[in-house]
Ligand binder design. Sequence first.
Ligand code: DGP
Length: 114
Amino acid sequence: MPDDCLFCRIVAGEIPAEVVRRSDGLLAFRDISPKAPVHVLVIPERHVQSLAGVTGLTQAERSDMLAFIAEVATQEGLDESGYRVTTNHGPDGQQSVFHLHWHVLGGTQLSDSM
Ligand code: DGP
């Protein structure tokens, strides 16, 4: 775990976060600066920098992560209304925290421009 990784520090409990779900090496917590009524971040507890480093996770971790994202959306009541899942990589993607994370957004009709 890199000492300077914000999300690793959230995983370790060193920085508080509003956790909504946790299971088997995966964590979901509310974004500190929500862009929608529901804005949850899903991360693998094990550090990889971004989607580009996803091969650093095991096949089981990768497939569990996908199912976990859907479970979080269901838990947040977004199944019927719908939701968006995004991840940012690198400068053009405007990634600002360098620990793989998925934005789960919903609770309103989202912009069609992203
Ligand atoms: P990205 O730009 O894709 O790297 O998104 C990083 C997100 O992380 C951004 O939406 C804001 C969120 N964030 C940054 N710092 C914190 C924090 O300390 N706690 C929480 N819960 N979210 C954070």
